[in-house]
Write a protein that binds this ligand. Structure first.
Ligand code: SF4
Ligand code: SF4
Length: 264
């Protein structure tokens, strides 16, 4: 039987590509795509190759600051091509740049293969498929923006004390091919600590403990400056909002200085 995700992927039109591999940074994907990719990979490459992927040291991307070269690429070729994510399948389509995704082909001007409407329809279908596995309302933004290294870390880490993350981890451990239990993986992203810090900051804000919330946001900024793709950015936005609401121009100025220091 065809996997429902293959049906979603089949809605995409082929995009011409010179296979230079330059846009191949660790792709972000949803839960269901990660499970599909990992399970399909079982029949695409050997145990040894999978282990080589998982133990590969992440190399910062020269092209896209804050991300890493994809672990599945070898000699500019994707080793898991039939199982690649939606993001990978859209590389090269100008629609990605149009919707604000910077990690896209910079080589040639091309025609869009999808309209924004088509893309949102595909996104909705993907959402529905993911909801079969987890309550997306829990904290969707955290889960939709995970890259492959973060997903791997959730799978290979001990269960989190945060119930919704623990739930995801249990699902992953049930759904991934049992062979993966025999692989070795060393965590690199500290995603679980980031989740806990974001959760604590939200809790403090909801309960009016602004100084404590501020401390957690600063921890994200100081401790994970490389996460500019998401966490640091998000922490800056939230702190900015906080200081504006409190009319703290001194703190806003200090924040602006820190932003300059980290981002330039
Ligand atoms: S989409 Fe563009 S950058 Fe990516 S591999 Fe193809 S030609 Fe290279
Ligand atoms: S999974 Fe394949 S297509 Fe996607 S970024 Fe990695 S190498 Fe490129």
């Amino acid at each position: 039987m065809t996997h429902p995700l293959s049906e979603i992927y089949s809605l995409l039109k082929p995009i011409s590509c010179m296979m230079c591999g330059q846009c191949c940074v660790l792709p972000q994907c949803t839960f269901v795509e990660f499970v599909f990719l990992m399970n399909e990979m079982q029949s695409l490459v050997s145990f040894e190759t999978r282990q080589a992927f998982l133990t590969q040291k992440l190399q910062p991307s020269k092209q896209f600051q804050g991300n890493f070269d994809c672990i599945f690429q070898k000699n500019q070729q994707c080793q898991i091509h039939p199982a690649r994510t939606l993001m990978c399948r859209l590389h090269g389509d100008p629609i990605l740049t149009k919707i604000g995704q910077s990690e896209n082909c910079k080589k040639v001007d091309r025609e869009e293969t999808l309209s924004e409407f088509d893309l949102s329809q595909i996104g909705t279908q993907l959402d529905h498929l993911n909801r079969v596995y987890y309550e997306i309302d829990a904290m969707p933004f955290l889960l939709d923006s995970l890259n492959i290294a973060c997903w791997l870390e959730l799978y290979y880490s001990d269960l989190s004390p945060l119930p919704f993350i623990k739930n995801i981890q249990i699902h992953l451990k049930t759904l991934l091919h049992p062979d993966y239990q025999h692989h070795i993986y060393t965590p690199v992203t500290q995603i679980l600590d980031k989740f806990i810090t974001v959760d604590k900051a939200y809790y403090c804000l909801e309960n009016g403990d602004v100084p404590k919330a501020e401390g957690f946001y600063w921890k994200l900024i100081e401790q994970y400056p490389d996460s500019i793709g998401y966490y640091t950015d998000k922490a800056f936005i939230l702190l900015e909002q906080l200081y504006k609401n409190l009319n703290r121009s001194d703190k806003l100025n200090f924040l602006a200085l820190q932003k300059k220091r980290i981002f330039t």
